[in-house]
Structure formats: structure tokens, C-alpha cells
Design a protein around this ligand. Structure first.
Ligand SMILES: [Zn+2]
Length: 297
């Protein structure tokens, strides 16, 4: 039974959609109120927002592993804020809040995506429910083999959580369609939890199509680590489309095409994400999978 839920926005200071959705809902709390649980909101990284940045010292959404939260020598702005949020919503391992929805946006063409970091029938049914009411929604399982303690995402302060990830929208920009899709997906998650709490989950499709994260790959780099090329136009904006072995994925600044070297077909997400340039990450590679609404994984 989920009794206490938190919706978090502004974990990344330049992802404006979640920040303004929180403001909207704070003015009209009936939109996020449900009868079987309490809902609160949290603006996670206001300092980064004021500076119009994703983060100041460290990516806040990588600061929440159990180990890092326990390490008092980690005291940058975001590492300190992570410990505060852990006090407000957690503490991780024995949290006050049962469920967290963390709102994110992406510069990539992923559409409205539900990011799930844990396995189980509850999540499979949630995914099917969201997709039933929002067919354009994509379901992405992100390292759901890990324990909650190992995950470094803010949302994993609670035992159960999801991230809402919607794009394309530039950093520090609001787009009406992305705003609407983010709100719709969030309200569907609240509706599902309400139905689940009441034991009234409706009949769902037996399976739901999803993707599961395999690995991240980097942009072409020189021997000294300088960028040597970019994402090829053929896969730009083609999030969740198939990438075959031997398919061109990058082009160097000299015009040389670079192909995907894997031995089986994969799917891309976060393709050419602006926020990943600090690590020269080019995209995530995923495999296709099917989630069962009647079995546990
Ligand atoms: Zn984000």
C-alpha cells in the first residue's frame, strides 16, 4: 500500500517542464490529490535552476547511492543537497515516502518515456496502464537488475519510484506538447497507484512492449580524448528505432562514417542528448523486451 508519495521536479536545474508543473499543481492541488494516499512536491535543485544549469558541481541525479549518501566527505553543492533530500523524503532504506515520481526532460526525440529502475508485476502493470491510456508512451527499463541501494537516482530514495522523461525539448525551454505529455503521464501514474491501493486495477493487456538498457556508447574521440565526430544524420532523432550491426551511427569531422560494431541489433535512446556532452556520451543502447502483467518479471 502506497500512503505517501512525492513528485519531484527540477532535479536538473535546466529541465523547466517539471519545475513549472510543480508550480501549477501547488496552485491547484486537487489535480494531484487522490483518496488513498498523500501527495507532496519537492523542487530538488533550485540553486542550479537559478544559475540556469543542469547542476553546479555534480549531477544531482547521480548522488543517491546508499554508499555516497553515507559518505560525509562528499560535500559539494549537489552532494550536500542529496543528503538534505534524503532527510526530507528518506532516509534511503527506511524512507518516510513510499513512492517518488521524478520529472525529467530530454533534448532527444524519445517522446514521453516511463523510466523504470525496478522489476516486478506492479511496474509491469503500471507500464501497461500508462500505455493503454497513452499509446505513444515508451517504456524503458533502466538497470532494473540493480538493488535500490545501488541505484544513484534521486527517485530511489523511496522503495518504489519511476522517472518521467519527455522530449524533445531544449534545455531551459518550455514546450507545450512536452508539458502536456509530462502532466498526462504523471497523472496516469497517480491514477494507477490509486487503483492499485484500492485493489481495483482494471483488466490490462497481458504483455507490454518495453526496452531494457544495455550500455552507453561514446562519441568518436581522438587518442587524447578530443571529440572527433558526431552522431550521424541517419540516426539523429531515431530514438527507439533499430540499429543493425554495420549500420552507420557516427561521422567524423572529416566525413568518415563509423558503423555500429555490435553483433546483434539494438535500439538507441538519448541519441545525441545535450546533457551527456560533458561525458561525451553519444547514446544509450537498449534491447527490446516484453513485460508480463501477470508474472513477476
Ligand atoms: Zn533530467
Amino acid at each position: 500500500m502506497i500512503k505517501q508519495l512525492a513528485i519531484v521536479g527540477g532535479t536538473h536545474g535546466n529541465e523547466f517542464t517539471g519545475i513549472y508543473l510543480l508550480q501549477k499543481w501547488q496552485k491547484n492541488q486537487a489535480l494531484i490529490a487522490r483518496s488513498t494516499f498523500e501527495t507532496e512536491t519537492l523542487f530538488a535543485n533550485a540553486q542550479a535552476y537559478q544559475q540556469n544549469k543542469r547542476y553546479i558541481d555534480h549531477d544531482l541525479n547521480r548522488c543517491f547511492s546508499h554508499q555516497d549518501l553515507a559518505d560525509s566527505s562528499l560535500d559539494s553543492i549537489e552532494q550536500t543537497r542529496a543528503k538534505e533530500i534524503n532527510q526530507l523524503l528518506g532516509p534511503k532504506g527506511n524512507p518516510r515516502v513510499d513512492f517518488i515520481i521524478d520529472l525529467h526532460t530530454t533534448t532527444t526525440n524519445m517522446g514521453p518515456t516511463l523510466l523504470i529502475t525496478k522489476k516486478g508485476k506492479f511496474y509491469n502493470q503500471l507500464a501497461a496502464y500508462v500505455k493503454m491510456h497513452m499509446p505513444e508512451a515508451m517504456i524503458s527499463c533502466d538497470e532494473d537488475h540493480k538493488t535500490n541501494d545501488e541505484h544513484h537516482f534521486l527517485s530511489t530514495v523511496a522503495q518504489d519510484s519511476v522517472m518521467v522523461e519527455v522530449g524533445p525539448v531544449p534545455q531551459s525551454v518550455l514546450r507545450h506538447d512536452v508539458f502536456e505529455q509530462s502532466e498526462q503521464m504523471t497523472l496516469l501514474i497517480l491514477d494507477f497507484i490509486e487503483l492499485h491501493n484500492k485493489g481495483e486495477v482494471p483488466k490490462l493487456p497481458e504483455t507490454v512492449d518495453a526496452y531494457r538498457y544495455l550500455e552507453s556508447i561514446k562519441l568518436p574521440l581522438t587518442a587524447t580524448g578530443e571529440r572527433a565526430g558526431m552522431v550521424h544524420r541517419d540516426i539523429q532523432d531515431k530514438d527507439f528505432a533499430k540499429i543493425e550491426p554495420g549500420q552507420v551511427i557516427f561521422v567524423t569531422f572529416d566525413g568518415e562514417e563509423i558503423t555500429y560494431q555490435g553483433d546483434k541489433a539494438v535500439y538507441g535512446s538519448f541519441i545525441n542528448e545535450a546533457a551527456y556532452y560533458d561525458n561525451n556520451l553519444a547514446m544509450s543502447l537498449l534491447e527490446k523486451t516484453t513485460l508480463s502483467t501477470t508474472a513477476d518479471d
